[in-house]
Design a protein around this ligand. Structure first.
Ligand code: IPE
Ligand code: IPE
Ligand code: MG
Length: 234
């Protein structure tokens, strides 16, 4: 495959954990645990396939509406997986968290800040983890930051451009989003990277996330490579 046929940045909507568990008559959190294993493996698959950056949707701003025990289960998994993510930092991965982590428990929050800090000079591969993330809150945050710069006189409203808005998004240090993969059969963004998705390609797949394999990733990339991205041209 030619280099420009390989997406630089893939967004993964890790969906279908609950249905996967239900099919096995197991609690939903069992599905989340299997899903977390796939998340870890998927980082390596992306690197093997020459991708430079992958962002994983782990918990949305809307997911707080789930039952407490499910949220607690996901947070406990996160605690456990922070250790695994730390191992990947040693494999030259840079970790960037997307989302408002102030609502997470203090120990998790501190570990995430630490992970970003210790990995910030790694350049081989960027792992984005969207946690308490929503595309609309991300835009509201950018608008607030830019307004503050206007009020303080640092910039004038005429200085506001697409490039400036992008500097205020969580993805500012990532390559442009080329491809979004959503398993589980749902065909929607669910508030994931709404600004960044403007010209991304979408691949929706029926496989449930805990069953997602390297073959599925290869299929999605082949599908992407076969698309004609016109960006409004002819
Ligand atoms: C995605 O799987 C994981 C999170 C949203 C945290 P789901 O839990 O949404 O699984 P389904 O969609 O109910 O099968
Ligand atoms: C999107 O999945 C969020 C994550 C994968 C973290 P959801 O399962 O929450 O999305 P909806 O509810 O089907 O739109
Ligand atoms: Mg779901």
């Amino acid at each position: 495959m030619e280099k420009n046929q390989i997406p630089a940045h893939i967004g993964f909507i890790m969906d279908g954990n609950g249905r996967w568990a239900k099919k096995r008559l197991m609690p939903r959190n069992y599905g989340h645990s299997k899903g977390a294993d796939v998340f870890k493996k998927c980082i390596d698959w992306c690197k093997e396939l020459g991708i430079r950056c992958a962002t994983f949707y782990a918990f949305s701003t809307e997911n707080w509406s789930r039952p407490d025990d499910e949220i607690q289960g996901i947070m406990n998994l996160l605690r456990r997986y922070i250790k695994d993510i730390r191992d990947t930092v040693e494999k030259e991965n840079r970790i960037i968290i997307l989302g408002d982590i102030s609502r997470l428990d203090e120990d998790i929050r501190n570990d995430l800040i630490d992970l970003q800090e210790i990995s910030k000079n790694n350049t081989r591969f960027i792992v984005g983890i969207a946690l308490n993330y929503g595309g609309r809150p991300e835009l509201v945050r950018a608008v607030k930051q830019i307004s503050q710069d206007c009020v303080s006189g640092k910039i004038s409203p005429d200085d506001i451009s697409e490039e400036l808005v992008e500097k205020h998004l969580y993805t500012s240090e990532m390559p442009p989003l080329d491809l979004i993969i959503r398993p589980s059969g749902e065909k929607r963004l669910s508030n994931f990277l709404i600004w960044q998705a403007a010209y991304a390609e979408f691949v929706f797949m029926d496989v449930l996330w805990p069953d997602f394999s390297k073959k599925d990733l290869e299929y999605a990339i082949a599908e992407y490579a076969g698309r004609n991205r016109r960006f409004g041209g002819i």
